[in-house]
Design a protein. Structure first.
Length: 145
């Protein structure tokens, strides 16, 4: 089984969210994923990267977000890593409509959970957050779930 690994570290600027989306979409297209799955990957990555920028770094552009992607014929695993303020209560943060920003809807983790097969969040206050999302491909092995 061939595994492809990509790592991209970029400034915590809102305009870099589209670069993260494009990278994951391009990789998904190489794996011949259907368009709806490509869109779901893009939304999940957008939400995770946006969370890092807005909540992890409080919109401070002088920080970095790392996107790590590992793909094979069976699955794609995406990690979004920041070294921001961290999440004091992960369980609370993952609830629908919870947000530290009153102008946000608080649906990021809900989208990630609904579009990916696995979602794991690790966070330490004042050290950062790592969001790991995994999507299994039914077309490669129907019993992979």
């Amino acid at each position: 089984m061939r595994v492809n690994k990509l790592s991209l570290t970029f400034s915590s600027l809102p305009e870099n969210v589209s670069i993260a989306r494009t990278l994951v979409s391009t990789l998904g297209a190489q794996l011949d994923l259907p368009i709806n799955e490509l869109e779901e990957l893009k939304v999940a990555v957008s939400e995770a990267v946006t969370n890092s920028i807005i909540h992890g770094y409080n919109n401070d552009p002088n920080n970095f977000v790392t996107l790590e992607i590992e793909s094979s014929s069976e699955k794609i695993q995406i990690q979004v890593i920041d070294h921001g303020c961290g999440i004091p209560d992960i369980k609370q943060a993952m609830q629908a409509s919870f947000s530290t920003d009153p102008d946000r809807m608080g649906l990021g983790f809900i989208f990630m959970q609904s579009f990916m097969d696995e979602l794991h969040v690790e966070s330490t206050v004042n050290s950062g957050t790592k969001v790991t999302m995994t999507k299994y491909f039914n077309h490669s092995n129907p019993s992979s779930h």
